[in-house]
Ligand binder design. Sequence first.
Ligand SMILES: [Zn+2]
Ligand SMILES: [Zn+2]
Length: 107
Amino acid sequence: MSTACNEMSEHHFLCSICLEVLNDPVTTPCGHNFCKTCISTCWDTSTTSKCPVCNQVFSTKPQLKVNIMMRELFNCFVFYLFLSEFSQRLVTCSLDQWFSTFSCRDR
Ligand SMILES: [Zn+2]
Ligand SMILES: [Zn+2]
């Protein structure tokens, strides 16, 4: 799993229903990820349970469990974003400033 962060891109963490970052990610049997509330609402309001992405129909409503791995990957991704933003900040701010303030946040 150590290389997972490098292979991630933001769209892995976007819900196809609300187009926001996944909140309590659940994975359907076809392998697509949605927010738990989004997919639940989607299935509650329709007579068939199907995947909004690939239209695979599930004869019985699949059990939705929060995908722990997705959540951990997501945390990893957030950390990665934080690191890259942090290093960009280092580049854009002069070293002198860095050493005198230890932070470029307010500059
Ligand atoms: Zn959603
Ligand atoms: Zn699907």
